[in-house]
Design a protein around this ligand. Sequence first.
Ligand code: KIV
Ligand code: ZN
Length: 391
Amino acid sequence: MNNNKVQIFDTTLRDGEQVPGCKLNTEQKIIIAKQLDILGVDVIEAGFPMSSPGDFNSVFEVSKIVKNARVCALTRANKKDIEIAAQALKYAKYPRIHTGIGTSNSHIIHKFNSTPDKVIERAIEAVAYAKTFVEDVEFYAEDAGRTENVFLAKMCEAVIKAGATVLNIPDTTGYCLPDEYGAKIKFLKTHVKGIDKVIISCHCHNDLGLATANAIAGIQNGARQIECTINGIGERAGNTALEEVVMILKQHPYLNLDTSINTRLIYSTSKLVQNHMGMYVQPNKAIVGDNAFAHSSGIHQDGVIKNRGTYEIIDPEEVGVTESSIVLTARSGRAALAYRAKNVGYDLTKMELDILYPEFLKFADHRKEVNDDDIHHLMNLDTFLKSSVNF
Ligand code: KIV
Ligand code: ZN
């Protein structure tokens, strides 16, 4: 296995779809799964087959059409879930069962009314049973973020022995700080026997806005899979955003870590998911928001017009956005006005710009944004036409 490759495990169709109001039907899941496959994700978590007949059917149909990625189905640690998941994955070229159980005290005591040893027994049984259906079995230690490291290591060792190929360490509640989550991964890397035979996976939630930072901290400490969703959608405040982690690794080549994602398809994939889910990203969303490559203050616009790299660390074309935009507002300067006027056919001299700019500011003070039609309007104002004729 190439140790510099970070596997991208997309859970838009499972954790992402758990968002209230974002439910997808089978047809929509197929459309998105096809796009994820073309985008280059390594794993598509298509659903939780035991949860409903509709979800079973979606995993079943998605399994048939995905050509390159592994198709994964979620289960709880019980035989029925695992059997149903195996049936749903019947036609997958590369099937994976994702089974697991809560490992924090809160889960063991309050959710299961059980003991740590009994929970380990259940985990071993689940992994061993899943292994009778598929070779590739991922184990999740739910609420690993709040699980004591020594117990987590004991659990990981036990499920590796039972045949797990991937260990998912979820920060289910989005509680960890990046150095804490990174240290957890490092602890497992150094204390779990057999850890080098498996892939450690980061599954981080965004309750404190740290999902992306935590996933990157995990990768820097030896994990080699990130579980993420398009646009960062998911339960509560969401999951790690695929577009963010992929572009972080790309923009920091010295980390020497890479993914298989075709980044030029990121923007169109984001739009596809937004439209099908009816869940739209905020304008300032990193990478895919409407303002991610828009510049509106005079100082920034002047810098970007002279050299894009002054205020942009990503070439928008790299993520499939056609160009940076220079937005005209009352905070814009002369350079931006000249630039936008030129784009619609007016190559202004310095004197013309001196006349037009005060008119533009008066106009812009009453608008949120000045568009191309407004530029034509300003160019045809009497004040501008008469004054410019005098020059
Ligand atoms: O957040 C979580 O712990 C999960 C698991 C079910 C993998 O989504
Ligand atoms: Zn989750």
